[in-house]
Structures are given as structure tokens and as C-alpha cells.
Design a binder for this molecule. Structure first.
Ligand code: NAP
Length: 459
């Protein structure tokens, strides 16, 4: 009795630590602390669970902890910043898979369960398995193991039939409270197939939202399985992850002006070159020296970082350049699009790592009106997030997505390596617009050249 009381009191502290952690993660200033809070909560929850009634195979538990902890420690250190989305997808998948595994075990031992508990197990199992296979497909796509999109003929009809059949089997298991092993295997096989089939056609600009959706689903599945096991820590962790994931999914979908229904059933393929504004002008190159003098003698410069800055690892050089410009009297600001880069908050993390002060970094809504009275918009490896087709081209897959108004600046300088398209794979007429100049090169080398020339101009 006392042991159970102690465990539940500890779980209460765990819940507080999770909530505190999540709250702190909402600002870049306190995010590191937030991760420590939530991490401490996770460690406490794990330790306390050793005392949970029925937990007596300590060897197996320790082996699982060592394997999971060791792998995540290694991957956390080894995986590059640009590969984080894949890692997040994989971790989401593991969470969903773990919830599905709990459901499978509970259903196999089903005799002791009433139909309410069986329903929760089935629901958690279904959602967990969908999230597991869907996340693995997302991982394979982002890692380049799988073609970006795989569209089956009559895709939506297949999805609908598969979903209906899976639900039917799920309901049958839930109503009877138990099922034969064959039926349970069929149920999980169908759920796994459903997750994979739904995710296969989705690509392009929608992938971040889908990963976030699976994150929310994993939370939900874990919460349901927590109820099955009667474990408050699992329920709380599931609710926290589920609700945070749902909010993030909604925010990201809104930032891209895509509804979830559109994302799941009318995916952007990411492979079609159509849908951009036809490039009417020619691409006009600029030398580093000319670009440096435009920047050095400007009154106001807005820097728009994108995926190319992340791949080029140019954030430290970008910070160094912005400091030089400020020392020369230029007003420098950074404009961050909510889906710039390859994961939510990607640019914020990189700029924070490089030491760019937070009060220089602005979200889309805060800064978009300023472009029209800005001398130079410097686009460092961004493309889709400054594509004007999103405003006007009804046929464009980006249509309706709010973009940064870089094209409204007096001059636009774009750093990129060549004629590469952005993540959505469509053309960008900004690059050939009258006021745009292209500074070709890898982001790191191009910004280093700018730094050298700005220094010479200032000496
Ligand atoms: P983007 O549209 O992917 O464009 C990146 C640009 O950077 C390309 O034009 C490319 O052109 C250039 N580039 C690539 N490597 C470079 C390097 N080493 N040095 C210099 N330039 C380089 O990037 P974005 O504007 O940031 O837009 C993000 C896109 O990713 C959106 O479509 C978004 O929906 C999607 N997405 C976002 C997330 C997220 O959560 N943030 C996750 C997944 C997908 P060159 O090849 O010619 O150099």
C-alpha cells in the first residue's frame, strides 16, 4: 500500500516535470532547461516503474533500458542537424510501435479484460500500429531509401476500404473482449498496412505536418495503453504528447494553409516541376563583391534563412556577417518562416546556436510588412518559403501557403548553388525577377566571401 502510494506520488511529480518541461520549451530562451525538466521526469518515471507490482524481470528491463538508452544516446550525438526530421520520425514510430506491442500482449492475454478495456487496447493498438508503419515510411522517404511519393491507382478508394476493413476487425475484437491469435495478427497486419498506405503518397511540403500528426497519434496510443495497464505515468505522458502534437500539427497545417484532409487525401507529390510561376525573366548573377557592397551600404537588410543554410552549415558565418553589417550601421533582422528548413523551429535552433540575439529574429507575421521598405532581402538557401506562386498560382501545390514577402524588398540577393528547386520541387519566379540577383555557391563559401568583401569595404 505504502509502495503504491509512493509510486503514485512520484508519478504526480513526473507529471509536473513533463508540464514544466513542455512550458519551458515554448521559448528558445528556456528550451534547454525544458528538455532537462522533461528528461528528469522521464528518468524518475522509469526508476519508479521498477517498483510497479508485477515488474520482476529486472534483467530484461535493464537490457531494454541499456539498448534503448544506448542507441538514443549514440543517435542523438551522431545524427546531423539536417537529418533530425528522420530521427524524429523514427522515434515517433518506436513510441507507436511500443503502444501497439502493449496492446498485442494485452489482447493475447485477453480473458481477464472486459470489453471497455479491450476497446481501449484495440484503439491504442490500431493508432499505435498506424503511427509505427507510417513513421517508418516517413523515415524511409526522408532518408532517401524510398521514392518520395508512391501513388497507387485509386489510392483514396484503397485507403477507404482498408480503413473500413481494419475498423470492422477492430470492432469485432473490442465487442467480444478477446479474439483468436489469428484475428489479432490480422488486425495488426491491417493496421500496419493502413499506416504505410496512407503515408506512401504524401511527400513534398506536407511531410512535416504528417510527422507531427504521427507524433500526436503516438501520444494518444500511449495514453490508451496507459489506461489498459492502469498506469498513470503512461496516461499522463500520452496526454501531454498527444495534445502537444495535435497543437503543433494544427499550427503547421495553418502555416502551410493546408487542411489535414487535403494533406492526407490530396498530397503534394513533390516531384512535379509544374505549379510554379513561369520564369519570365533571366537569372541574373551577382559577384560577391557587388553583393557585399549592396549589403554594406544598405540601411536595412532582412536575412531569410532556409534549408540551404542548414545543409551548408553556414549559420555561424551568417551571424558573423550580420554583426559586421550592424557595426557598419546597417539595421539587420532575420525573418523565419514556420516551415523553413526540414523540421519545426529548424532555423531558430541554428540561429540560436550561432548566437544570433532573439530580438533580431522575427516570425512571418511580425516581419512580413517590413520587406516593402527594406533595401536588401538576403535569401540564404531558402526557396519554397519565398515562392510568390503561393500567393497567386491557383494550380501551384504551394497555393495559399503564407510566404515571406522577400520579393517586395528593393533588391533580393539569393544564395544558392545552382538551379536546384526547393523541397516541393516547383519553380520559383522570384529568382528571375527584375530585382533579384543570384550569388551562386555553397552557403558557407558564399557568405564567407561576403564577409571578406564587407571587411574590405569597411576598412
Ligand atoms: P527549400 O525550399 O527546400 O529550398 C532550399 C534551397 O536551398 C534550394 O533552392 C537549393 O538550391 C538551396 N541549397 C541547398 N543546399 C544548399 C547549400 N549547401 N548552399 C546553398 N544553397 C543550398 O527550403 P526552404 O525555403 O527552407 O523551404 C522548406 C521546405 O521544406 C518547404 O517546402 C517545407 O514545407 C519543407 N519541409 C519543411 C519541414 C519543416 O518542418 N520545416 C520538414 C520537411 C519539409 P540549389 O540546389 O540550387 O542550391
Amino acid at each position: 500500500m505504502t509502495a503504491k502510494l509512493l509510486i503514485n506520488a512520484s508519478y504526480f511529480i513526473v507529471a509536473l516535470l513533463f508540464i514544466l518541461g513542455l512550458k519551458s520549451m515554448s521559448s528558445p530562451l528556456t528550451a534547454r532547461r525544458g528538455i532537462l525538466w522533461a528528461g528528469a521526469g522521464m528518468v524518475l518515471a522509469t526508476l519508479v516503474t521498477f517498483g510497479w507490482p508485477g515488474m520482476n524481470n529486472y534483467t530484461l528491463m535493464l537490457v531494454a533500458l541499456a539498448a534503448g538508452g544506448g542507441l538514443s544516446w549514440w543517435s542523438g550525438k551522431a545524427v546531423r542537424m539536417t537529418d533530425m526530421p528522420q530521427m524524429v520520425a523514427l522515434y515517433n514510430g518506436m513510441g507507436g510501435g511500443a503502444a501497439a506491442a502493449i496492446a498485442a500482449i494485452e489482447l493475447v492475454r485477453g480473458e481477464t479484460h472486459g470489453s471497455l478495456v479491450a476497446s481501449l487496447a484495440v484503439l491504442g493498438g490500431l493508432i499505435g500500429a498506424v503511427s509505427f508503419s507510417g513513421s517508418l515510411v516517413a523515415f524511409a522517404k526522408l532518408q532517401g531509401i524510398m521514392r518520395k511519393t508512391l501513388h497507387l491507382p485509386v489510392q483514396n478508394t484503397i485507403n477507404m476500404f482498408l480503413a473500413a476493413f481494419t475498423f470492422l476487425v477492430a470492432v469485432m475484437i473490442a465487442v467480444y473482449g478477446h479474439a483468436s491469435t489469428a484475428k489479432i495478427i490480422l488486425f495488426f497486419g491491417l493496421s500496419l498496412a493502413l499506416g504505410a498506405v496512407i503515408t506512401m503518397p504524401i511527400g513534398g511540403a506536407d511531410m512535416p505536418v504528417v510527422i507531427s500528426l504521427f507524433n500526436a497519434l503516438t501520444g494518444l496510443a500511449v495514453g490508451f495503453e496507459g489506461a489498459v495497464l492502469n498506469n498513470p505515468a503512461l496516461i499522463i505522458a500520452g496526454i501531454v504528447v498527444g495534445s502537444a502534437g495535435t497543437l503543433l500539427t494544427r499550427l503547421m497545417a495553418r502555416a502551410m494553409n493546408r487542411s489535414l484532409v487535403n494533406i492526407l487525401f490530396k498530397p503534394i507529390t513533390g516531384e512535379s516541376p509544374a505549379g510554379g510561376l513561369a520564369a519570365t525573366g533571366t537569372l541574373k548573377e551577382i559577384s560577391a563583391l557587388d553583393a557585399a557592397s549592396l549589403l554594406r551600404y544598405a540601411q536595412k537588410v532582412i536575412i531569410v534563412p532556409g534549408y540551404g543554410m542548414a545543409v551548408g552549415q553556414a549559420q555561424h558565418k551568417v551571424k558573423e556577417m550580420s554583426t559586421l553589417l550592424e557595426e557598419a550601421g546597417v539595421d539587420v533582422k532575420f525573418a523565419i518562416h514556420p516551415v523553413a528548413g526540414r523540421m519545426p523551429g529548424h532555423m531558430n535552433v541554428l540561429l540560436a546556436e550561432a548566437g544570433v540575439p532573439y530580438d533580431k529574429i522575427f516570425d512571418l507575421e511580425e516581419i512580413n510588412d517590413e520587406f516593402s521598405h527594406t533595401d536588401v532581402a538576403l535569401v540564404v538557401g531558402a526557396n519554397d518559403v519565398v515562392n510568390p506562386a503561393a500567393r497567386t498560382e491557383k494550380t501551384s501545390p504551394l497555393y495559399g501557403m503564407p510566404i515571406l514577402n522577400a520579393d517586395k524588398a528593393h533588391t533580393v540577393i539569393v544564395i544558392k548553388r545552382g538551379k536546384g528547386t526547393g523541397y516541393s520541387g516547383i519553380e520559383n519566379a522570384l529568382f528571375s525577377a527584375n530585382g533579384t540577383r543570384l550569388l551562386y555557391g555553397n552557403a558557407m563559401a558564399a557568405v564567407s566571401a561576403l564577409i571578406k568583401d564587407i571587411k574590405e569595404l569597411s576598412s
